[in-house]
Write a protein that binds this ligand. Structure first.
Ligand code: NI
Length: 233
């Protein structure tokens, strides 16, 4: 009888040990699966940052991009450019006037014509006395293609008061820098048919070149007209 009990006890121990082993094996197995999943995740991440990564995932500001222009920021200042009649002009030619300035290029298919059309609307929304104090100005960021004749033909499509300015590459670089304008050529495979990626703000400058406001492209003509009316004395 005692022997039987001992045998039964040993059997229980063996069975218990066996169950223990099975449970341990199961646990090991699931940790291994987890490890494999982790490894797959890591390898897919390293693929994404490798050479095969889609270009869209690489978000890097161009090195030539200035800090974005902000209202109240000290910008503007002296410039020398050429107007659409071939006359050399400087910032002094506009002293005493409020200025609405937009930088762009005449070959721009979309943003520039839209923004200059908006500038035309803004001028139309101002009463005559107020409008007379505001000088709308277009400044080319593409002086290599935008010569005086091209700029003249371009500005004639918009408000008759719109002045178009261009210049040498150096002159345009200087005014871009003064206004913290970002513009960079985009290669389209044809040296004469490039695009220019550029910031699209409308600058509102005071009679003494004070930075009174900077309007993003999303602002409507009504928004801008209302805002500048409040600032013109
Ligand atoms: Ni444009």
């Amino acid at each position: 009888m005692k022997k039987k009990l001992i045998i039964l006890g040993i059997m229980f121990l063996i069975v218990g040990f066996g169950i223990g082993l099975v449970i341990k094996a199961q646990l090991n197995n699931s940790t291994m699966e987890q490890d494999i999943e982790d490894e797959e995740e890591i390898s897919s991440l390293s693929t994404a940052s490798g050479d095969d990564a889609p270009a869209a995932t690489i978000i890097k500001a161009p090195e030539s991009a200035p800090d974005p222009a902000m209202p109240g920021m000290d910008l503007g200042g002296p410039f020398t450019l050429v107007n659409q009649d071939g006359k050399t002009v400087t910032e002094k030619d506009f002293t005493g006037k409020y200025k609405l300035i937009f930088f762009g290029f005449t070959y721009c298919p979309d943003v520039c014509p839209t923004e200059l059309q908006k500038m035309t609307q803004i001028m139309g929304l101002l009463d005559e006395e107020t409008a007379a104090k505001v000088q709308p100005i277009f400044i080319s960021v593409d002086p290599e293609r935008d010569d005086v004749k091209t700029v003249k033909a371009y500005v004639e499509q918009f408000d008759p008061r719109l002045v178009g300015l261009t210049g040498t590459v150096e002159q345009v670089e200087a005014v871009k820098k003064a206004y913290r304008v970002y513009a960079a050529k985009v290669d389209m495979g044809d040296p004469d048919n490039y695009m220019v990626d550029h910031s699209a703000f409308t600058y509102f400058m005071g009679p003494n070149d004070e930075n009174l406001a900077i309007f993003p492209a999303k602002d409507t003509a009504e928004d801008v007209a209302a805002a500048i009316k409040g600032k013109i004395s």
